[in-house]
Design a protein around this ligand. Structure first.
Ligand SMILES: Nc1nc2c(ncn2[C@@H]2O[C@H](COP(=O)(O)OP(=O)(O)OP(=O)(O)O)[C@@H](O)[C@H]2O)c(=O)[nH]1
Ligand SMILES: [Mg+2]
Length: 329
């Protein structure tokens, strides 16, 4: 009989220690990789490709099951083209990790902000799994709209799908079982079915990999530092003369004229400013034209709200993406 890892969903095997799903003893329920992540914070990268993700979407699309589509508050607006293309199921849209920006951003404002995302969800919810925020409402909403016993949880890697399901298991069942979660991409490797009650089975899925996220270009210790764990305190700067803002060895932003800016990045990162133009060869230069009241988003790192229209030079590690959007806050 095939046994699946309770942590990441892959088939367990005891033949090849270097391959995924390895267990010494086939009676164990957690593979070696999940055991390492859970007990020692040891993460082993597994290369995934998005074809697998698309095949999972196609399989979900053949059912009439409800889908919870999760997007990360720190990564708005998320590109949902692949999901929109392959999925026609009923959707509840869920913005995760609200705890990070809750003091500065009203729920209704956030809902309005994501209205034009190009989906017609049955309902939109803003949640925090860490703070148990709106999880009762989520369960009510699932029960209201589900057409069958199965409900899928879908979204990009790292949006917090498994963390949410763990909270649902903890809050609404007697089970002690927990899915493996981590700060790194591709933690969940295959679908994981979790029975919540007789009429509800929630199915976790592996996340869609995102390209050009800053975490692709930095080491594990740095990743731990850049991922905010609690509310992100804004850092405001008045720029009076040409200045460069430096975020460790990850990013530099050069302003050539006066402006007011507010940065929303992890509080564990050192930020300093220097009163000169700082040309850097090892980082990649981007020249960004910013309209008034827009955010400059550095994918995976955070965002900078800029008040006055300007053109800035942004220098970033690797091929990290940078883009502008209307101010979120
Ligand atoms: N601040 C905050 N962080 C969260 C929350 N939920 C999840 N996270 C963090 O987000 C990261 C990713 O969480 P996972 O649950 O593993 O994400 P996932 O969507 O299952 O990722 P994959 O399995 O790789 O697709 C972890 O570092 C979590 O601790 C939340 O409510 N608030
Ligand atoms: Mg997961």
């Amino acid at each position: 009989m095939i046994k699946l890892c309770h942590g990441c969903g892959v088939e367990l095997q005891s033949d090849n220690e270097a391959a995924i799903g390895y267990v010494k003893n086939i009676q164990q329920s957690l593979c070696k990789r999940c055991f390492g992540i859970k007990n020692y914070n040891e993460y082993k990268t597994v290369l995934k490709n998005n074809e697998e993700f698309i095949n999972i979407l196609k399989a979900i699309n053949k059912t009439n099951d409800l889908v919870l589509l999760l997007i990360d508050i720190f990564n708005l607006p998320t590109n949902l083209d692949i999901i929109k293309h392959h999925l026609s199921n009923d959707i509840i849209l869920i913005v995760t990790k609200y705890d990070l920006l809750k003091p500065y951003l009203k729920e209704q404002k956030l809902k309005n902000y994501i209205k034009n995302i190009g989906l017609k969800p049955l309902s939109t919810l803003i949640i925090s799994s860490y703070k148990n925020y709106n999880l009762d409402l989520l369960l009510e909403t699932i029960n209201k709209y589900k057409k069958s016993d199965n409900v899928y949880v879908v979204g990009n890697t790292n949006v917090g799908k498994s963390t949410l399901i763990n909270k649902i298991i903890y809050n609404y069942t007697n089970s002690k079982s927990q899915i493996t979660t981590s700060q790194l991409p591709s933690t969940t490797l295959a679908n994981i079915k979790v029975a919540i009650n007789e009429n509800l089975t929630i199915i976790d899925t592996p996340g869609l990999l995102e390209e050009n996220n800053i975490i692709d270009y930095i080491d594990i210790e740095k990743i731990s530092k850049i991922i905010p764990k609690s509310v992100v305190k804004p850092k405001t700067f008045q720029i009076k003369i040409p200045q460069t803002i430096i975020i460790e060895d990850l990013a530099k932003v050069y302003f050539q004229d006066a402006n007011d800016i507010t940065m929303y990045i992890s509080g564990e990162l050192d930020v300093k400013r220097v009163y000169k133009k700082d040309e850097v060869s090892e980082l990649t230069k981007h020249v960004i034209k910013v309209p008034a009241y827009h955010d400059v988003v550095i994918k995976g790192l955070g965002f900078i709200k800029i008040i006055k229209a300007t053109t800035i030079n942004v220098y970033l590690v690797g091929n990290t993406d940078v883009y502008i959007r209307k101010s979120l806050i």
